[in-house]
Design a protein around this ligand. Structure first.
Ligand code: 6PG
Length: 256
């Protein structure tokens, strides 16, 4: 995979965007499992990825035996709470695919948030077999984009944005305003590929500010994989304010 690349794909509709995301997940999983025997992916939370997750439930060509599922962020609520990213993913596909026991790594949302961050950092060290200061290298990290430019649970102006020591931190904020756990930029930017999945006209202005102006006050602008690829999977609504050059030069259909 070519490194340090930024790709923008604009799909016709939210459905096509979800299909493109599921296709990308499938392709990267096949590549990773063929190359190394395992595929380490961090899922995004929120509502946008759910249609994609639902499609993953019906993709037998994904080599589930080698897939390890993590999260980029989680709300500190019980798994059966409607706000739980883990709970939603279980309903949408995890309970329907043959993932081996121990391959699903939910963030510990049921303990004190600071303790949860330490526990997840320990789980990352164990699963990725890391030495103390090493950051995990995910094959793929999915991210969403908030209208305020946040991504994962890295919110504008939060001190977590400047935390370059810890792989996982506890924050409070967002909508709903909750305690959350989030990967930090050091992990996100260490991935082989980061994929933003963004849908809807309501995100168009923020997307323009991130992609074209790379506004530093917007946390999503700071997602720049150090050696990996950055991929934007957009629908037409989200891409509607991007300049024609960007929008047409990279239009493609991963969903074909
Ligand atoms: C979360 C997400 C968050 C999300 C954006 C977009 O747990 O809330 O990780 O970063 O991706 O807020 O959310 P929507 O997809 O619901 O617009």
């Amino acid at each position: 995979m070519q490194r340090n690349q930024c790709l923008i794909f604009v799909e016709e509709s939210r459905e096509a965007l979800s299909e493109a995301g599921a296709r990308l997940f499938e392709r990267r999983a096949v590549e990773a499992v063929e190359n190394s025997g395992a595929f380490f992916v961090a899922l995004s939370g929120g509502t946008t990825p759910r249609a994609m997750h639902k499609r993953l439930a019906f993709r037998p060509s994904v080599p589930w035996h080698g897939v390890h599922v993590f999260w980029g962020d989680e709300r500190c609520v019980p798994a059966d709470d409607p706000s739980s990213n883990y709970g939603a993913a279980r309903v949408d596909f995890l309970d329907k695919v043959p993932l081996p026991a121990g391959h699903i790594h939910p963030m510990p949302a049921h303990v004190d948030p600071k303790q949860g961050a330490l526990l997840y950092a320990r789980e990352l060290r164990q699963v990725f077999k890391l030495k103390q200061a090493q950051a995990p290298v995910f094959d793929l990290v999915f991210l969403g984009l908030g209208k305020d430019g946040h991504t994962a649970s890295l919110f504008p102006g939060h001190k977590a944005l400047e935390d370059h020591e810890r792989p996982v931190v506890a924050v409070k904020g967002g909508d709903p305003d909750l305690y959350r756990l989030t990967l930090t930029f050091g992990v996100i930017n260490n991935a082989g590929e980061v994929v933003f999945l963004v849908s809807g006209k309501d995100k168009a202005e923020t997307l323009r500010a991130v992609i074209e102006a790379q506004e530093p006050r917007l946390p999503a602008s700071r997602v720049r994989p150090s050696s990996g690829r950055l991929t934007w999977l957009l629908d037409r609504g989200a891409a509607s304010l991007l300049t024609e050059k960007i929008r047409t030069s990279r239009e493609s259909g991963l969903s074909k």
